[in-house]
Design a protein around this ligand. Structure first.
Ligand code: ADP
Ligand code: ZN
Length: 518
């Protein structure tokens, strides 16, 4: 039970120090749980209002609340902001002199501080006040950094498990914006707060329309998308610096003004692009994922993923930069196998390769889904949607299945006759009877299925192959040059007449542009 004294002071404190009349959803419950000295795990989207959850209790508690944060660069700003609101806060990190650090410790001992921001690697420096005499609460911001399951693992977070052992009666509150179920459990386990009360805010952004398209003629599709949504602010995320530059210039040749943004630009150039975007002087930015963090712009109307993001957290965070004003916004993702292969290559050799690849697989499944995409997205964050959303491409245009057995047989027998030694492109070339150098050189014109697929377009075959992969009828051998291989399901189709259902390939809008591929 919350002490009556605390209860009475909740709203006046919210008003006096933060200027708000009401709590947002979950905030009050979280504040009360912390004041009740319960460990908490708070999962709230960026901008949801996590800070108040621990800052308000900090003001009511007697001692100091230690805030562990990885962002040394932002600590000073955060503390300045609190001080401006009349809150006694400070930070402790390696950028300070010994004298400054001693001064802060003394303030804690004299109970003159309500909040102390500390970098995890600087905790050893505050050892003599890190006990139950001085500390009232410990808040761990960006808590996903503790988990190698998270997308931003930091080794310095790994030692934080000692906190619960050292201060067993002090509430620990872990906060994060992006954490799937496995990460959440890992956070609680590592912090030794497995009994923590979990507060999971909704991640649903209903106003963002979700759409995924195959990446054929991407540039044409982007041009046509922009022409259909003129005079709107948008961000196009690309995987590489080079792509941002190339795309911006291709858009220019199509009469669309766009700027490139990536970490290779110098500070001034980056700030200029960012500022021009925020003040609507630049409408479109082709950017790497470096763009958008800390940008507060409410009227971004669309986000395009020119390349596939490496995981769902990243995708969600990036599309979340659109439609902050609550008005309709669009998120368009291009799905390409070339991207998946490249992302797999990036992941290979990383210390947490297995996790990265598992996450990439989820991203891929999302892209290839034939059911409501929002359901899939939210289920990733542990949220179940009762009804289909009605605001994604699948809901708006449910796929129609037809008997694709013959198509599947043609594809699978070609894979078989090519000895499961060729990648998608060659399989399609053989199906369509292409007479290019590679086909001739390898003598594939003699393959029995050579040319049996002339009737269908290249991109149609490509999409059918993707569908077969999704349904498990064949697979890409990522460690063997991405060749197509058969599975145990293939035999049922090839030899036992098993039926295969396929959906018609999505029609890709063909627009004339000055830059037409393939
Ligand atoms: P997070 O850390 O979850 O990204 P913040 O704590 O920075 O979010 O809060 C995001 C924004 O919402 C801030 O501008 C904050 O002042 C505002 N905010 C938080 N709580 C409330 C509230 N109860 N009423 C109005 N605005 C709020
Ligand atoms: Zn839907």
């Amino acid at each position: 039970m919350l002490k009556v004294d605390y209860q009475k002071r909740l709203y006046p404190t919210l008003k006096t120090y933060f200027g708000y009349d009401a709590f947002r959803k979950h905030q009050q419950d979280i504040v009360e749980a912390i004041l009740d000295k319960k460990d908490c795990l708070v999962i709230m989207p960026t901008g949801g209002g996590k800070s108040i959850c621990f800052q308000l209790p900090a003001l009511l508690f007697k001692g100091v609340t230690i805030v562990i944060s990885p962002l040394i660069a932002l600590m000073k700003d955060q503390v300045d902001g609190l001080n401006a609101n009349g809150i006694a806060a400070s930070f402790f990190n390696s950028s300070q002199s010994t004298i400054e650090q001693e001064d802060i410790i003394n303030k804690v001992i004299k109970a003159e501080l309500k909040l102390l921001y500390v970098a995890p690697e600087s905790l050893s420096g505050i050892q003599n006040i890190l006990n139950e005499t001085y500390v009232s609460c410990i808040a761990i911001d960006e808590a996903h950094c503790i988990s190698s399951w998270g997308h931003d693992f930091r080794p310095s977070y790994q030692q934080l498990g000692f906190l619960k052992a050292t201060l067993p009666n002090i509430p620990i509150v872990a906060l994060t914006a992006t954490a799937d179920k496995a990460t959440r459990e890992d956070i609680a386990a590592q912090l030794r707060i497995t009994q923590a009360t979990e507060f999971l805010s909704s991640f649903d952004r209903k106003n963002i329309e979700l759409e995924v398209r195959p990446a054929n003629n991407r540039i044409n599709q982007v041009v046509s998308f922009i022409n259909k949504n003129p005079n709107q602010s948008g961000i196009i995320y690309c995987l590489s610096r080079k792509t941002t530059e190339q795309l911006a210039s291709k858009l220019k040749t199509n009469g669309i003004k766009a700027k490139a943004y990536h970490a290779g630009l110098n500070f001034n150039e980056r700030s200029k692009v960012q500022e021009d975007f925020v003040f609507d002087r630049t409408q479109i930015v082709c950017a790497t994922v470096a763009f958008g963090m800390g940008i507060d712009k409410s009227n971004v109307r669309w986000v395009i993923h020119y390349n596939m993001p490496k995981n769902i957290e990243g995708y969600y965070q990036e599309i979340g930069r659109s439609g902050r004003d609550g008005l309709n916004a669009k998120a368009l993702l291009f799905h390409s196998y070339a991207d998946v292969i490249q992302l797999r290559n990036f992941a290979s050799g990383a210390s947490n390769e297995e996790f990265q690849i598992a996450k990439l697989d989820r991203m891929k499944q999302f892209s290839e889904a034939t059911t409501c995409r929002r359901k899939i997205l939210l289920s990733y964050f542990g949220e179940l949607l009762a009804d289909n959303c009605g605001n994604c491409d699948i809901c708006k245009n449910p796929p129609k299945f037809f008997d694709g057995t013959v198509i599947a047989q043609k594809i699978l027998s070609t894979i078989y006759r090519l000895n499961q030694a060729e990648a998608t492109g060659m399989v399609i070339d053989v199906l369509r009877g292409a007479n290019n150098a590679a086909v001739l050189e390898k003598g594939y014109t003699n393959v029995k299925t050579f040319g049996i697929g002339k009737d269908l377009a290249w991109k149609d075959w490509q999409q059918y192959i993707i569908q077969l992969i999704n349904q498990g009828f064949c697979e890409i051998a990522f460690h063997k040059n991405n060749v197509l291989q058969l599975t145990e399901f293939s035999n049922k189709v090839l030899f036992k007449n098993a039926k295969v259902s396929l959906t018609k390939p999505v029609d890709v809008v063909q627009v004339k542009t000055s830059e037409t591929k393939k």
